[in-house]
Design a protein around this ligand. Sequence first.
Ligand code: UDP
Length: 244
Amino acid sequence: MEFVTVMNVPFLNTNQRSFVLLLQERIEKKKKTFVITANPEIVMRANKNRELMQHIQLATFVVADGIGIVKAAKILKQPLPERVTGYDTMIELLKIANNNSYKIFLLGAKQTTLKKAIDKINMEYPNIKIVGSQDGYFNWEENDISERIMQLKPDITFVALGSPKQENWIASNFSYFEHGIFIGVGGSFDVISGTVKRAPVLFQKLNLEWLYRLMKQPSRWKRMLVLPQFAIKIFKQKLKGKTT
Ligand code: UDP
């Protein structure tokens, strides 16, 4: 497997389709897998936060969820083919789970959103077994979530707590589980439930999904301030010629 290193984060050099096939193979072989879908914000945070960087090292795969990462890889002359988003990966995994009657566990989002997402999945993917779920506003110090997952043994656990909470949760509990895919999917339950609309296809094609999300949720603007700093760091990495 090939990796492209962007600011010390090793991104798997893959496209959406191949990545989903790889995950399917790992489910079949019962290989335990921790997936981080990382955008520039996460990369910047990981370079300041040692704990998050350790989680990135622990992850089985880090994929490029954000046009900023794809552009950075191009600037570094180690191109990545396309974005591999948490949302698209989740939808493709749901299709595979439906075809194979896999067991899934849903962790994250507000209670009402989670309930709507479960109803939607039950309706659209009737063969999937949703063996358990937990909203994302639980007591971090005291809960039985990992025990439940250990007993239920889902093939896929979708963790939608936003970053870095979802990475923290998976990293802290990963060692308890025998097998299964554990993937951080950010706001995907909000989209599946219909609570938040995904950007129209045109925005996605023009790589302007971030702009759409900003227009819909203006409070996200603060999160965007990190992007110019990310660009500066990438050009510095390019000058140093530090790619792998
Ligand atoms: N969330 C949660 N618990 C928390 C904080 C957030 O379950 O303590 C959920 C939130 O309800 C939303 C998702 O995590 O469904 C984060 O969405 P966001 O769009 O911020 O994710 P990102 O941009 O990081 O992918």
